[in-house]
Design a protein around this ligand. Structure first.
Ligand code: MG
Length: 387
């Protein structure tokens, strides 16, 4: 039995991880569950999966959690408890939303665990700090992001040691989000509800807004660079509205390898838990007896500026991705709160990036500082506008 720790167990990735474990219960055992504030759902999960330990991020909810779970389950509380739980199983699933997931990523790798990474922001913002931890004995980083899971699978077609020699290009597919085909003037009046209506994937609100701006794809370009060590000029994005081809690797001999399935996050989750094996439950298997048409088109980078901004931040390197990611998280929060328009998201990130101070990503403090400065720039602008 492989033991699993789920950080962010009540969110979209967390609940789907538990679905995978439920259907493969002879293979996986949940040994730790952590949620930020959804204490009632966490209690129900603890009663069903009987982990050794549970944690709640908001410390004031600890008593409620303690009285709700069976008495043989250890209860921890507070922000640091997520990092502790990341070390309590063979596989740590990082399903925390946003930059807050950094501690879990670092703790899981530093303790030699497999990190099933759904929290792309931690790798993007702190790449230079995460990379050396990947060589900790026992440590393994398996992406849960569907595109990167696809690339991880495609790259198994070539020998690990010849990867850089034979790989020409990574091609990340993007659904294009709910505003694909919109022009700048169409985008001036879009609402929060419009942005949250994703055509193919059902996800949490932050990533769904990121998909509507193409920032999600931009963050995934940086994520692909960090995960696979491929230079930015060899990472391309193609819009594929059906979300069936999850990404592709192009080799020097002209071969393209692709991974295909219905859009179902349980497949990349199951892959990250079971690698190098595969589960016997099919998640997102395609019915090939039905007629299908797949479309591909280049992204509209002039209208969806976030994609280009992410390439810029990635190429600047050091703390620029953290700075940009912080600005994006603040801008998305302000948009979801109704404080700014959808079009302001990319405009604010662009202006925040112009202020980037070029600091090296040589410590956790420097990454946290860059994240905070990116956020503060956006927050100041939002406060000025609402005055
Ligand atoms: Mg993705």
């Amino acid at each position: 039995m492989k033991t699993i720790s789920v950080l962010g167990s009540t969110g979209s990735i967390g609940t789907q991880t538990l679905e995978v474990v439920r259907s493969e219960s002879d293979r996986f055992r949940i040994s730790a569950l952590a949620a930020w504030s959804s204490v009632e759902i966490l209690i129900a999960q603890a009663k069903e999966f009987r982990p050794d330990v549970v944690a709640i991020g908001q410390a004031e909810l600890a008593n409620e959690l303690r009285s709700g779970v069976p008495s043989d389950i250890e209860v921890l509380a507070g922000a640091g408890s997520f990092e502790e739980l990341a070390t309590r199983a063979e596989v740590a699933v990082n399903g925390v939303v946003g930059f807050a997931g950094l501690g879990v990523t670092l703790a899981a790798l530093a303790s030699g665990r497999r990190l099933a990474l759904a929290n792309k922001e931690s790798l993007i913002a702190a790449g230079p700090l995460v990379q050396p931890l990947r060589s900790t004995p026992g440590a393994e980083l398996i992406p849960v992001d569907s595109e990167h899971s696809a690339l991880h699978q495609c790259l198994r077609a070539i020998e690990q040691d010849s990867e850089s020699k034979h790989l020409r290009q990574l091609v990340l597919t993007a659904s294009g989000g709910p505003f694909r085909g919109f022009r700048t003037e169409d985008l001036e009046r879009v609402t929060v509800d419009d942005a949250l209506a994703h055509p193919t994937w059902s996800m949490g609100p932050k990533i769904t807004v990121d998909s509507s701006t193409l920032m999600n794809k931009g963050l995934e370009v940086i994520e692909a660079h960090e995960l696979f060590g491929v230079p930015y000029e060899n990472i391309e994005v193609v819009v594929h509205p059906e979300s069936i081809v999850h990404s592709m690797a192009v080799f020097t001999d002209g071969t393209t390898m692709a991974q295909l399935s219905e859009p179902d996050m349980k497949l990349p989750i199951a892959y990250a838990l079971s690698y190098p094996d595969r589960t016997s439950t099919p998640f997102g298997a395609i019915d090939w007896t039905a007629t299908k048409t797949l479309h591909f088109e280049p992204p509209d980078m002039g209208t969806f500026k976030c994609l280009g901004l992410a390439y810029t931040a990635g190429q600047l390197g050091e703390t620029a991705p953290a700075w940009m990611n912080g600005a994006n998280e603040a801008a998305v929060d302000a948009f979801l709160a109704g404080s700014i328009t959808w079009a302001s998201i990319s405009a604010l990130i662009e202006r925040a990036l112009e202020q980037y101070d070029g600091n090296a990503a040589d410590s956790i403090e420097s990454v946290i500082r860059a994240d905070r400065q990116g956020r503060e720039y956006v927050a100041r602008y939002v406060a000025e506008r609402s005055r």
